[in-house]
Design a protein around this ligand. Structure first.
Ligand code: NAD
Length: 500
């Protein structure tokens, strides 16, 4: 082997030895122009990793899951040396970059995934401003005859995260904000169909964090992401917690991993319109939510149940507000394009499977599949369907809204409960009847329940509250925030320290 080929190896060994001695590497040992990381007393303690220290200049991008986890673990140690101020700096950096690059990254993500709408991709990145940071972590104090006790929100360490194709950069960014605000580092296994944009974002985040704090790999990403790299991530000894955002497959895989997992799973949010509130407003809000990013939001309105006596008036209000009505024959054509039907188990009913090629596509594309040309600028297609229609029962993520006629509030709530499929994700009601609101909330037990607003109000856009792109429905943590990524630790001072 030439001496040149040996150079990175020697540099790695020098870094490792100096790291253990608590000194930073001489500048010549690192990559030219790369500031050496601040010396960290925590590095004196040998970590549990046997993977070699990562070479500088990776800025979070690793081909190997175990190498990524080792680098994220070293970064976690460095972050703890930077204190709360360091975490605040990272949160500020992520938010600033997402705002500054919203247009560029919105386009980048849309070009890669071909899912959703550019204006909403940009809005989602800019909306990250409102994701809570370190201020969300409040310790709990006790003071009494026996002294003082403090319960603190402590970090886990390295978190393994999986992100969806529907909002790749926004989920990566808001996961970093919540996880780092809580003092953790993170390794991502992004969706393969949305991994290039996630990689670009992670690299820019790390470059900036490195410039300001000297930490290079706080948010790592495995390139390319595969099912095997997910398994390696889940098994890695540094990874103390998983956070997965996606459909049923990844939730199942995370739950089976044996690690503690925060699972932000699938949804199929129903809406009930009982006719006791303004129909015009209900129609506008339903369009707002269901049309958003071509209905790829997991919280987005996916099907509506409307009382018979106001049914026709509600459809007219949808039309008046720009949505385009399909006939029965057009819905049938769209259904054949949007689903394939697998033979049911034991000769039972055929099982519809969503055609991924139509997920998040624009209204004109869907309209073509239905056999019509939609009016220019129509935000949404809709039609009357039966309650058992595949568009009602499956999480279809397309800007087509099935509307079901029901004879009573009870029938509407039961239809909504069945369509929601026990995901306990999100539901909406348009009503001024408190008893109906309560009955629906009790029957569905969803994580988000919005009254008289669009689904977006559930994430602070038109309603009170903060946003996040990971809503931990399956495992019950709710809308993720920095607290979600902490473990509670109690510190007890016996007797003498009270001031009275
Ligand atoms: P998806 O389930 O196809 O993929 C999500 C992620 O899981 C991807 O990174 C994918 O590579 C990974 N994955 C899938 N199966 C896996 C397995 N067996 N092992 C390991 N990793 C696996 O979902 P998608 O199309 O990217 O996103 C849409 C889905 O995500 C919808 O069901 C939507 O409701 C859900 N979602 C939920 C939330 C939430 O906060 N609850 C947020 C966004 C999206």
């Amino acid at each position: 082997m030439s001496s040149q080929a040996n150079e990175p190896l020697i540099r790695d060994i020098v870094q490792e030895v100096l790291g253990r001695l608590g000194r930073s590497a001489p500048s010549g040992a690192g990559k030219a122009g790369t500031p050496a990381a601040a010396p960290s007393p925590a590095c004196d303690r040998p970590g549990p990793t046997h993977a070699p220290a990562s070479r500088p200049g990776r800025y979070g991008v690793f081909g190997d899951a175990n190498e990524a986890c080792a680098a994220a673990h070293a970064a976690y140690r460095q972050l703890s040396e930077k204190g709360v101020a360091g975490r605040n700096t990272v949160v500020r950096i992520i938010k600033e970059i997402c705002c500054a690059k919203s247009k560029e990254w919105g386009r980048l993500e849309l070009d890669e995934t071909k899912i959703g709408r550019l204006d909403h991709k940009i809005e989602k990145l800019e909306g990250l401003r409102a994701v809570p940071g370190v201020e969300f972590l409040q310790p709990y104090g006790l003071s009494g005859d026996h002294g003082i006790t403090l319960e603190e929100c402590a970090p886990f360490g390295v978190i393994g995260a999986v992100t969806p194709s529907t909002h790749s950069i926004p989920t990566v960014a808001c996961n970093i904000i919540s996880m780092v605000a809580a003092g953790n580092s993170v390794v991502f296994n992004a969706h393969p169909g949305a991994a290039k944009c996630a990689l670009a974002a992670v690299r820019v985040f790390n470059e900036s964090i490195h410039r300001e704090l000297g930490i290079e790999n706080l948010a790592c990403l495995i390139d390319p992401p595969t099912l095997d790299s997910f398994q390696a991530l889940a098994k890695n000894e540094h990874v103390k917690l998983l956070c997965v955002t996606g459909g049923p497959g990844v939730v199942k895989a995370a739950m089976a991993s044996g690690k503690r997992a925060v699972c932000a799973g699938p949804g199929n949010p129903p809406v009930l319109v009982d006719g006791t509130s303004c129909l015009e407003r209900a129609a506008r809000q339903v369009i707002l939510g269901a049309a958003y990013d071509n209905n790829v939001l997991c919280i987005g309105e996916k099907e509506v149940f409307v009382l018979d006596r106001v049914f026709d008036a509600f459809l007219a209000a949808l039309e008046k507000n720009g949505a385009c009505r399909l006939s029965g024959a057009q819905v049938e054509r769209l259904t054949q394009a949007a689903f394939t039907f697998l033979p049911g188990h034991g000769g039972g009913c055929a099982e519809p499977v969503v055609n991924r090629a139509l997920i998040g596509k624009d209204v004109p594309v869907l309209a073509q599949a239905a056999g019509i040309n939609a009016p220019a600028g129509a935000p949404l297609l809709f039609a009357e369907t039966e309650a058992n229609h595949p568009f009602v029962q499956e999480e279809q993520m397309m800007p087509f809204l099935p509307v079901v006629r029901v004879r009573s509030v009870e029938e509407g709530i039961e239809g909504a409960r069945i369509a929601e499929r026990g995901y306990k994700h999100s539901a909406m009601i348009h009503s001024h009847d408190v008893a109906n609101m309560t009955a629906m909330a009790k029957a569905l037990e969803t994580t988000l329940f919005v009254k008289n607003g669009s689904c977006l109000a559930g994430l602070g856009n038109g309603g009170e509250g903060y946003p996040n792109f990971s809503i931990a429905t399956t495992t019950g943590e709710g809308i993720c925030n920095p607290r979600t990524f902490t473990r509670m630790r109690r510190c007890v001072m016996v007797d003498k320290l009270r001031i009275f």
